[in-house]
Design a protein around this ligand. Structure first.
Ligand SMILES: [Mn+2]
Length: 414
């Protein structure tokens, strides 16, 4: 991703911002393990990254739009310190911040100057503050952004504070060709890593050992994981986000994987379900084929102008017939017992990427992931690919790899 991409994202955001507003975005801080410091991996705030290309902890981006409509941008970084560098390695410099973000050298400042800068902005150029808040639960820790908003509220009680989360999500919802290429590359490594796993992992090993074979290949490809690997064998697969991965994988069972490599912070999100011993039973085949067909039915709805709710409805309608045909249900209302999640979500810098679109538009990238979960039989099946919405046919970024029963059995029995 080059600096023009990030500069253009800021430019598009300026166009949406109201005159006389100032946006505060924080890069985030790594979680701390008890007593240890800085030992947990840092994941940059995705809105911050989208607008800067910078992945350093505790950096502020302040974007202003004056009452006359003039945009301004400022980045506040930690002043490099030889003592800190000795311990923690390189720190972000002014030059590097310019290279990454495409911002002017004069606009990169040190954090000790931020207070004065903000006071001046709020007294002369802005009468509204914007933050990107995306709290998912009451229990989540307060973020540095939320802390700073509370501080502003105390110092400037009359200052309105608004949430710019949706405004930024609206930009993020439509991907550029470079972003799509990142997701495609991540998906490519994900499939290759799964193939590697199928050749190396064996029945009788633990789920975490199968997962480790996948992750080993991803790491050697210079990529990270987009999210915690789900390796759920047998009945564990009916728990949608099972990630304990601590059971022995038994021949005769199916094993469900939901995982993804991440390339330049862009996630892939893929699910596959394999027969542990390398051969599907007739019953497993019967159920697998239904999910496989649901995947095609759902994908076919992912076209410009169609409501994002259509794929889910199409899958449910299909299951009503298909599950009746195999005698699993006798009434339509029972579908929810065997299929209990959405078939699609947006994908990008976040695995569940924010999006404000209710209707498909070209440039959106979404998951396509029907499943079937039959607790009483110890069977969970989910298949998931990543789909780019285009003017024409939906473009599958993962393709048919490791989907067909014959292909899977061939690879596993080689
Ligand atoms: Mn998904």
């Amino acid at each position: 991703m080059n600096k023009e991409f990030f500069a253009n994202n800021r430019h598009r955001l300026f166009e949406k911002m109201e005159e006389g507003s100032v946006l505060f975005l924080h890069s985030g801080i790594a979680p701390v393990k008890s007593h240890d410091q800085n030992m947990h991996p840092f994941a940059v705030n995705r809105d911050f990254y989208y607008l800067t290309g910078i992945e350093e902890q505790d950096v502020w981006l302040i974007l202003g739009k004056s009452p006359m409509g003039t945009p301004s941008e400022a980045l506040f970084i930690e002043q490099p310190d030889e003592e800190i560098i000795k311990w923690n390695g390189k720190m972000l410099t002014v030059e590097r911040a310019c290279e990454l973000s495409g911002m002017e050298q004069d606009d990169i400042k040190y954090k000790q100057d931020m207070e004065r800068f903000v006071a001046r902005k709020l007294s002369r150029e802005a009468d509204k503050a914007l933050f990107s808040f995306d709290r998912l639960s009451m229990g989540a820790f307060r973020t540095p952004s939320e802390d700073y908003a509370l501080k502003l509220r105390e110092k400037y009680p009359a200052l309105p504070i608004e949430n710019a989360f949706k405004m930024i999500s609206g930009l993020r919802a439509i991907k550029t060709p470079e972003e799509i290429e990142c997701i495609r590359k991540a998906g490519d490594v994900t499939i290759k890593a799964l193939e590697h796993m199928l050749r190396s992992a064996k029945p009788g090993e633990y789920e975490y050992q199968w997962a480790a074979d996948f992750e080993h290949y991803v790491a050697r490809s210079g990529m990270g994981k987009a999210f915690t690997t789900i390796a759920a064998s047998g009945a564990n697969a009916v728990m949608l986000h099972y990630s304990d991965n601590d059971h022995i994988v038994n021949a005769g069972d199916l094993i469900l994987f939901d995982l993804g490599a991440e390339y330049r912070n862009y996630a892939s999100d893929v699910s596959r379900t394999f027969p542990v011993g390398g051969k599907f039973t007739e019953r497993q085949k019967e159920l697998y084929k239904i999910v496989r067909e649901a995947m095609d039915i759902s994908k076919d709805k992912m076209r410009p102008g169609v409501s994002i709710r259509e794929p889910q409805q199409a899958v449910i309608d299909f299951y009503k017939k298909a599950l009746r045909t195999i005698g699993l249900i006798t009434d339509d209302s029972e579908v929810g017992k065997y299929y209990y999640h959405g078939v699609s979500h947006s994908l990008g810098l976040d695995t569940h990427d924010p999006s404000d679109r209710l209707v498909y538009e070209p440039g959106m990238v979404v998951s396509n992931e029907p499943g079937l979960y039959i607790k009483e039989e110890g069977i969970g099946i989910r298949l998931e690919n990543d789909i780019l919405i285009t003017e024409g046919e939906p473009c599958d970024l993962i393709g048919n790899r490791l989907l067909d029963i014959d292909e899977i059995e061939n690879i596993m029995n080689r």
